[in-house]
Design a protein. Structure first.
Length: 134
């Protein structure tokens, strides 16, 4: 018997074009999906996005995408969760606290919200026989 856990927040894709072109394609895709690029480092074939917020019920999650092109394309999510913590009775009328927790594994539904649009765009490129993924 095993307990169900959320999947790791990383995806790998194969490609069959020059690294520079792959990084440019990924950058274009992320920009078309309304991500803002924070760090773009073509000399190391890597990029990161600026913080993006996603909501699920009462919780807010902030995440960034990290993309590294080496033998494969590696897309990783780094996330933190914001939790509203109401104060005690002695704290009434004062500031409420928001606690932030680092998340090493988001729920499958949240990961799908993040990865599905990217994978959909990568499938379009795959149809042009440029990138394959698994």
């Amino acid at each position: 018997i095993s307990c169900a856990t959320n999947p790791r927040m990383i995806r790998y894709y194969d490609y069959s074009m020059p690294k520079e072109a792959v990084l440019n394609e990924i950058r274009s895709i992320l920009l078309s999906l309304d991500y803002e690029i924070d760090i773009y480092a073509p000399e190391t074939y890597a990029l990161t996005t600026k913080i993006t917020r996603i909501r699920k019920t009462l919780r807010k999650y902030d995440y960034i995408l990290y993309v590294k092109v080496s033998d494969r394309i590696e897309v990783q999510v780094s996330a933190k969760r914001s939790i509203f913590a109401s104060g005690s009775e002695a704290n009434i009328g004062k500031y409420d606290q928001i606690i932030e927790q680092t998340e090493d594994k988001l729920s499958s539904s949240l990961q799908k919200k993040i990865y599905y649009p990217l994978e959909k765009e990568l499938k379009k490129i795959k149809e042009k026989n440029k990138i394959s993924f698994y």
